[in-house]
Design a protein around this ligand. Structure first.
Ligand SMILES: C[S@@+](CC[C@H](N)C(=O)[O-])C[C@H]1O[C@@H](n2cnc3c(N)ncnc32)[C@H](O)[C@@H]1O
Length: 284
């Protein structure tokens, strides 16, 4: 896009300085390993930061932007973000009470999160995330978290220093449970949007798409591409991660597509681990 912006707010030079905090949950598709590659592709300047599939928020924490809009469809996750932001001390007190024991894990897992107050609910979620098998968030058709116990020796579920840093970085963020289209209501010209949707499967068997009850299928990928085009017309700076698949190449053929090498380890069998190319779609 030609960058010729009429802005009400000044653009802020994007910083490559590392932010102090890190994601407080492990998340499938988490961008921990890729984050430096992503940071190398940022626009030079932008105003607000938007991440409408925030997940673990690896890029957000890496950048620690002054103005941020974060959202995700996963209610448990977003409740945890809000509690880390607004009620960090109470959360830490609650997290300290958990036990890394099999029976206790299944007891916590069986609780209905809707019956818990926000702090207890976030505490359960973070505890399960750090002690479950592979740190994978997966729900069944009823929307119930169903990952088995992970048998880690010393999982750190009450990392006070990290949680306090995360709380500081989140202090000015607007955080919501929402479908990604919310970005159409929030993003202004000159803002930066990073999209990290559930990936389009490269093969019929590579179909990990269940962070939420509803799968992210081809029609959702098309709906997302339409949002991308609309924000491009609005002169936002856009970056989108996805698999390097024929559908992604087709949907974003009018934009620049860089490839980055990603190490995959969640939902991969040992022999299929290793670096695979991923698409990074950019409109600048
Ligand atoms: C690949 S993950 C994001 C990973 C994240 N960038 C990180 O570093 O951890 C995709 C996220 O999209 C969310 N999601 C799925 N469908 C969605 C929708 N329609 N709108 C918003 N978020 C959605 C999932 O809950 C999941 O957290």
């Amino acid at each position: 896009m030609g960058v010729d912006l009429q802005l009400s707010e000044p653009l802020i030079p994007s910083s490559n300085k590392k932010g102090p905090a890190k994601p407080f949950v492990k998340w499938a598709g988490g961008k921990g390993q890729l984050v430096e590659d992503l940071a190398a592709h940022l626009p030079e300047k932008y105003s607000a930061y938007h991440e409408p599939f925030v997940g673990g928020g690896a890029l957000f924490f890496r950048l620690a932007p002054a103005t941020a809009f974060l959202s995700d469809l996963n209610e448990e996750l977003i409740n945890a973000y809000l509690v880390v932001k607004n009620d960090c001390d109470a959360l830490i007190r609650s997290l300290r009470k958990h036990k890394n024991e099999r029976a206790y894990y299944y007891e916590m897992r069986s609780l209905d999160p809707d019956t818990l107050d926000p702090v207890e609910r976030a505490s359960r979620f973070i505890y399960l995330n750090k002690t479950c098998y592979n740190g994978l968030y997966r729900v069944n058709r009823q929307g119930k978290f169903n990952v088995p116990y992970g048998r880690y020796k010393n999982p750190v579920y009450a990392d006070e220093a990290q949680l306090r840093l995360a709380s500081k970085v989140l202090a000015n963020a607007d955080i919501r449970v929402a479908d990604f289209e919310i970005v159409l209501e929030q993003a202004k010209p000159g803002d930066f949007v990073y999209f990290d949707p559930p990936y389009q499967p490269i093969s019929a068997t590579a179909n990990f798409t269940s962070y939420t009850r509803d799968a992210f299928d081809e029609s959702q990928q098309r709906r997302l591409a339409a949002v991308f085009r609309e924000l491009d017309r609005r002169r936002c700076y856009l970056m989108l991660s996805n698999s390097d698949s024929p559908l992604v190449r087709e949907l974003y053929s009018q934009f620049r597509i860089a490839t980055v090498m990603a190490k995959r380890c969640i939902n991969c069998k040992g022999e299929r681990r290793g670096a695979i190319p991923e698409a990074l779609v950019l409109n600048y």
